[in-house]
Design a protein around this ligand. Sequence first.
Ligand SMILES: *Cc1c(COP(=O)(O)O)cnc(C)c1O
Length: 384
Amino acid sequence: MKDETKIILAGRHPHEHEGAVNTPVYHASTILYPSLAAIRGNEPMRYTYARRGTPTSTALEEAMMDIEGADGCVLTPSGSSAVSTAILSVVKSGDHLLMVDSAYYPTRSFCDKFLTRMGVETEYYDPLIGGDIETLIRPNTSLIFMESPGSQTFDVQDVPAIVAAAQKASVKTAIDNTWASPHFFKPLAHGVDLSIQAATKYIIGHADALLGTVCANGNVYRDLRHTHGLLGLCAAPDDVFLALRGMRTLATRLKQHEQAALEIAAFLSEFDFVREILHPGFEGAAGHDLWKRDFTGAAGLFAIEVDPLDEESLAAMLDNMSLFGMGYSWGGYESLILPAEITRTATEHNQTRQIIRLNIGLEHVDDLKNDLYHGFVRAGCIKI
Ligand SMILES: *Cc1c(COP(=O)(O)O)cnc(C)c1O
């Protein structure tokens, strides 16, 4: 079955819910037991307490497992808590963690400010390291964490080479796969143990809720589920419903996001003030070959490097956009624009590079081009 069809069917059982197409929202804390024997654990109960699951959360877990090809899935209240839960399900005090240098900034903060306190050492590595990651693996390395393409700079990692090195040394692997979503890249099929989604982005897709998912293969699922339970995590039922609802149009939305972003990248690449297109799906851009080998599509989030702008010119552009809003997050139906803020500790990064990140939404691409064109006129990049 093709992914597009799987996305429609996954996790749905209408006839268990009076024929309703979408799984209803179960608002619950207490689950009532039918007998003392059931309370004693002598009668099978599908649900025992709503923090541990309801038919609503099961529907999304099942759907994600189907789409990711996973043995198990847990839901968390945000993408960031999905990252921390995945890491905590593997590492223990005294361990060494290899973290990609282009990781989402709050992921870095979790390592630097929380794992340090737990006695876990984080070492950042070059996103382009590939199979040479084996030279960084120590006897106490327990996890290699990837994010590909990386936040803000979109460096594509050689996931198969990194996984091969990890497996040789019996080290677990995790990836933040939010950019591609499980529709465009399947981490578990590449041997990754834990696949993380900030469902906040493309799965919910409408900028109106926060949610995270972690999918796992059989090597780590028990530890993941156990850790998730010990941390007391669960996702709110209305947000889970929004994720299930958003997911049904994931493939359709992504097709449009992809096409429009590539068209806008091509449009921008024609201007002299645009120094680089940071978009792995764009022909000739950095990471394009690896992207082509491993991914089946590209998201609508990318960046451009432009000639340096002073703050006043940048404000003249960004403060007066008519379609592109300025704000964190992405993956919704509306376009967004932000100056990138980049932190690197294992690799060089020239902080004077003027990088602008674009989230291409579902507006007509001609209107978006027009908005960007006038913005760059206000910034003084285009002289008319
Ligand atoms: C947004 C994002 C997250 C965090 O998701 P939240 O739901 O905002 O906590 C994690 N990883 C990546 C790559 C993201 O873009």
